[in-house]
Design a protein around this ligand. Structure first.
Ligand SMILES: Cc1ncc(COP(=O)(O)O)c(C=O)c1O
Length: 305
């Protein structure tokens, strides 16, 4: 974040909601009970591309006057969002992914029409190469989370929850670079927001402990989506002004929650999308009625029979 970067506000989230409405799906909220407790699920895995990242990509591209060519780096879902947004807006997308990108995401990226470049072992290395390319060719670099327009776009999920799920008093989302949690905090006025992280990918916990974004190790079953080594400066500054609660879950809890989402609801979530449910099952979230954001389903899934 430069000294001149302005932080997104609740009004920016409301503007983003109007801007992206013609392109993105308003995903439904399922209100239900699990183990006798009320629970709502924001079914964002039903978003175009199978993940919420389309929202931030659309908002950033529309706010920039729909550039002809954009470049980005992604663990997969943001790349899919940028590729889809580019297609909708008649632009070209160049997507850098780490070599470790899961096949389910790489296959969909290749089919999206984006130019795909695989480089580096982790997101941070892919991002460095993408930024260098953007600099060399004078292209708009669309950051996956450290961008006010991307944060505002992700915040439209919180806005929809506040309007569509008045029965809820709290919201929980998974955290990677913290764009989603910061945006939802701005968009979901009046609701308690919790950012949940895997124990092995705790960029937000580390930043809050250090008082600033710091590099952290990345090692979790949810790394492909939540593997940002440090939270973004923009989301961290938003969270400084608008604090959220935090929770940690283990990989075993994430896997069990993912399996339970399938058994209970037939939701084929990717591990990151089960992270909030894992925290809810472990009773680590505040509130009487929580809305969990089921944020992505770009996993391999093969019906057995
Ligand atoms: C499915 C899913 N959930 C959560 C996140 C975390 O979002 P953020 O990086 O904005 O914290 C990501 C990021 O790629 C994701 O793909």
């Amino acid at each position: 974040m430069t000294a001149t970067t302005s932080l997104p506000t609740a009004a920016d989230v409301a503007a983003a909601a109007e801007r992206i409405a013609p392109y993105a799906r308003r995903t439904p909220v399922l209100s239900t009970r699990v183990d006798g407790r009320p629970l709502s699920l924001k079914l964002e895995h039903l978003q175009i591309t199978g993940a919420f990242k389309l929202r931030g990509a659309l908002n950033a591209m529309l706010a920039a006057g729909a550039p002809e060519r954009v470049v980005t780096a992604s663990g997969g879902n943001h790349g899919l969002g940028v590729a889809a947004a580019a297609r909708m807006l008649g632009a070209e997308a160049l997507v850098y992914v780490p070599e470790t990108v899961p096949e389910a995401k790489a296959r969909r990226l290749e089919a999206s029409g984006a130019e795909l470049v695989r480089t580096g072992a982790h997101y941070a290395e892919a991002a460095e190469a993408a930024r260098a390319r953007a600099g060399a060719e004078g292209l708009r670099y669309l950051h996956a989370y450290d961008d006010p327009d991307v944060v505002a776009g992700q915040g439209t999920i919180g806005h929809e929850i506040a309007v569509d799920a008045p029965e809820c008093d709290s919201v929980a989302v998974a955290v990677g670079g913290a764009g989603l949690v910061a945006g939802v905090r701005l968009g979901a006025a009046g609701l308690r927001v919790t950012g949940v992280e895997p124990e092995g990918c705790r960029s937000l916990h580390a930043a809050l402990a250090a008082g600033e974004p710091v590099d952290t190790p990345v090692d979790s079953v949810a790394s492909s989506a939540l593997g940002a080594a440090r939270v973004g400066d923009v989301p961290f500054a938003v969270l400084g002004a608008h604090p959220v609660g935090t929770a940690l879950v283990t990989d075993a809890e994430i896997t069990a929650a993912r399996d339970r989402l399938w058994e209970e609801f037939r939701i084929a979530a990717e591990p990151a999308a089960a992270v909030p449910f894992a925290a809810w099952l472990a009773d680590r979230l505040p509130g009487e009625h929580t809305c969990l954001v089921v944020c992505g389903a770009n996993a391999s899934w093969t019906p057995e029979g």
